[in-house]
Design a protein around this ligand. Structure first.
Ligand code: GLP
Length: 235
């Protein structure tokens, strides 16, 4: 794991941007798996700025969500709404190149199977953007004795239910739909972005290098191509 520390989140965003652009320049059809949350926001802002200058660079980019809240209308703090606002609209990613998770599907198990098949056809993920949960989760792969390899419905840890994305939402999701740990680790390259308050303990655990399913992000130590960008300043 390559670890780089930054004082400010915008500096982290700039570095993440240069990594993502480098990958897109080499592979315009890149399959980008995109986390939501506050850590990747400066990266997405930089990409949106770039799209204003060089829209064609993103003409073939494909986008796969990392996860989605179950039970939220798509307008109300959902990952879909977030991705639409920060990536899909600014980068003009059309419907054929975006693989939305339908967390309102009647049969969520079926939906997971559909996503799994889709990952197989479209994959492997070329570049996976991740954030770090305060409890060490990746996507909604919560700490557990055993982690799920593929797309599944996860019961959210209490800490995850308090994420800032859904704080203002009238509906409080208790479940999420998420790519599994093997799906994530099968990505060719991973970019883990770590920022935000209340993450001191999580940062320490991650950087200790101990690998345990009780701290899912530690599994990233098993991958050969991970950049972990960390903001050091407390917010
Ligand atoms: C949420 C999301 C994750 C995200 C993580 C970190 O739980 N489901 O995909 O990466 O939190 O978010 P933040 O960067 O806002 O701390």
């Amino acid at each position: 794991m390559r670890i780089a520390e930054f004082e400010e989140i915008d500096q982290m965003g700039q570095k993440a941007f240069s990594i993502v652009m480098d990958e897109i320049e080499h592979n315009p059809q890149l399959l980008l798996c995109a986390a939501t949350g506050s850590s990747p926001l400066p990266l997405y802002r930089n990409l949106a700025e770039e799209a204003k200058k060089r829209a064609a660079v993103f003409d073939e980019l494909r986008v796969l969500p990392l996860d989605e809240w179950v039970g939220l209308p798509s307008s109300d703090g959902s990952c879909h709404a977030f991705l639409q606002k920060h990536i899909l609209r600014p980068l003009k990613v059309d419907q054929e190149r975006y693989f939305r998770f339908n967390a309102a599907a009647e049969d969520l198990k079926e939906e997971c199977l559909r996503i799994q098949a889709l990952v197989k056809v479209q994959g492997p993920i070329d570049l996976c953007i991740l954030g770090l949960g305060k409890n060490g989760h990746l996507g909604f792969n919560e700490p557990a004795d055993e982690l799920q390899p593929h797309c599944h419905i996860a019961d959210l840890a209490v800490q995850s239910q308090q994420h800032s994305m859904i704080l203002d939402s009238s509906i409080k999701p208790t479940q999420g739909i998420t790519l599994g740990i093997q799906d994530i680790l099968s990505s060719k390259r991973i970019l883990l972005l770590v920022s935000g308050s209340g993450k001191e303990e999580a940062k320490k655990k991650l950087l200790s290098g101990d690998i345990t399913s009780q701290f899912p992000a530690s599994l990233l130590w098993k991958h050969h191509n991970v950049d972990c960008l960390v903001v050091t300043k407390k917010s």
